[in-house]
Write a protein that binds this ligand. Structure first.
Ligand code: MG
Length: 201
């Protein structure tokens, strides 16, 4: 299983980090050992202050060959996720033109809720989602505001790799990212299907 992530996929978020808008999807990867459920579990660098990035995560439903025509039925289900980021480290690496890997891919850095079947959502392209940190609403997003749609993300991945059943894709974070540290609580919501899940870092 591979965890693909899209960076800078919402204009207001790119702006809040001082990044230019991308002309094609910016993709990076987290090791599968980054994956953890919403329930509390181990995290690397436990004494650091991280940034949360609330995102919709999709799961691929079947093995798909490189270059295949994209159909949203390839998506089996959606979850809520947090792309936990060592922002200071990432900024330092970016400044030096180096890969971000150690700021994005580490034990516990890919937090994922229970997956809900795609069919539950009326329109996969306009799923709304929210992230609360310590009971305060921090991010309120909708997939319709992504710079690159689900279709474009899948087409881009399938240009360079086959996708496997069970692969995950973090679709990017809307504006409102900020700090989270060990012991902070988080809650994520799909309002449309009345689904919410909470946990602690
Ligand atoms: Mg992210």
């Amino acid at each position: 299983m591979t965890i693909y992530c899209v960076a800078r996929n919402y204009a207001l978020h790119a702006k809040e980090l001082g990044n230019k808008l991308p002309s094609e999807p910016v993709i990076f990867i987290k090791a599968d050992t980054s994956l953890r459920p919403f329930g509390q579990s181990e995290i690397a660098y436990p004494h650091e202050t991280f940034h949360y990035e609330g995102e919709v995560v999709l799961k691929i439903g079947k093995d798909t060959k490189i270059g295949s025509k994209v159909n949203l039925e390839m998506i089996e289900s959606f979850a809520l996720g947090i792309d936990v980021t060592r922002r200071e480290k990432q900024t330092e690496l970016k400044k030096n033109g180096l890969p971000w890997t150690v700021s994005k891919s580490f034990l516990g850095s890919a937090i994922v809720s229970e997956f809900k079947p795609r069919e539950l959502f009326q329109d996969p392209n306009s799923i709304s989602f929210q992230l609360l940190i310590n009971k305060t609403l921090k991010q309120d997003g909708n997939l319709k505001n992504m710079i690159f749609s689900l279709q474009t993300i899948l087409e881009t991945l399938l240009e360079f790799t086959p996708l496997k059943k069970g692969d995950l894709i973090f679709t990017g974070t809307p504006e409102g990212v900020g700090e989270i540290k060990l012991g902070d609580s988080f809650e994520m919501i799909f309002p449309e299907i009345n689904f919410h899940e909470e946990g602690k870092l």
